[in-house]
Design a protein around this ligand. Sequence first.
Ligand SMILES: NC(=O)c1ccc[n+]([C@@H]2O[C@H](COP(=O)([O-])OP(=O)(O)OC[C@H]3O[C@@H](n4cnc5c(N)ncnc54)[C@H](OP(=O)(O)O)[C@@H]3O)[C@@H](O)[C@H]2O)c1
Length: 221
Amino acid sequence: MRIGVLGTGTMAEGLAGQWARAGHTVFIGGRTPGNARALAERIGHGAGAGSLREAAGFGDATLLAVAYEGVPVTLEAAGAEEGTLSGRALIDCTNALVPGRFVLATDGGPGVAERIAAQAVGAHVVKGFNLCADSVWRMTPPVFADGPLAVPLCGDDEGALEAVRTLVRDMGCVPLDGGPLERARHLESTAAFLLGFWFAGAEPRAALPPAAAQRPHRVAD
Ligand SMILES: NC(=O)c1ccc[n+]([C@@H]2O[C@H](COP(=O)([O-])OP(=O)(O)OC[C@H]3O[C@@H](n4cnc5c(N)ncnc54)[C@H](OP(=O)(O)O)[C@@H]3O)[C@@H](O)[C@H]2O)c1
């Protein structure tokens, strides 16, 4: 698969590095050309580098991995409003947290993924990879005592979801169906909540019982 990357930070490095090692063709786009070139060199495996707009036009799938406050301007520079991402899977791993607190900067409004979908004309947004730190995404593979990491994905387009499921499996993880994009805001809230525990050194895994033990009285409407 051809994968464009919008962003040159730690998430871009962790995820694009996995996909390049798995044999996908990666192109890094950054607002700072030197950072894009340096990241492509660190990733290796023939990774290319260039502008945000070039990266937007490159991939079957595109990873958006920039700081929340930089999302609108990054999409604008990538030409998303002109349709450069139209028809492509656009992976959103953003966590929109108020600095220093574990609450969403988007509280009371649409989630980041929905805002991205509104700005990126024709793109098929898939929310995912936002629950784990880049230290997890750099694991080869991200497998723990109880098995491979599960990666919840939310999106509306089956073709885009299937492409991202492939990318999840190619890094040794297991995709988890999180439902349509309107549920992405819950994935964003979940990250904000869990990050509070992890930053405090607490272990929230014990709060999540096995599915077999969890029998809801009814499925929500
Ligand atoms: N790090 C994690 O463990 C982790 C985990 C889950 C989700 N996330 C999410 O993943 C996204 C990327 O995180 P990261 O840790 O990779 O960030 P990072 O290492 O700090 O890299 C930030 C990237 O965003 C760009 N950027 C920063 N401020 C910007 C602005 N105002 N306008 C335009 N571009 C800007 C930077 O460009 P320059 O290189 O030009 O400065 C860089 O490409 C964030 O939304 C974060 O919430 C991170």
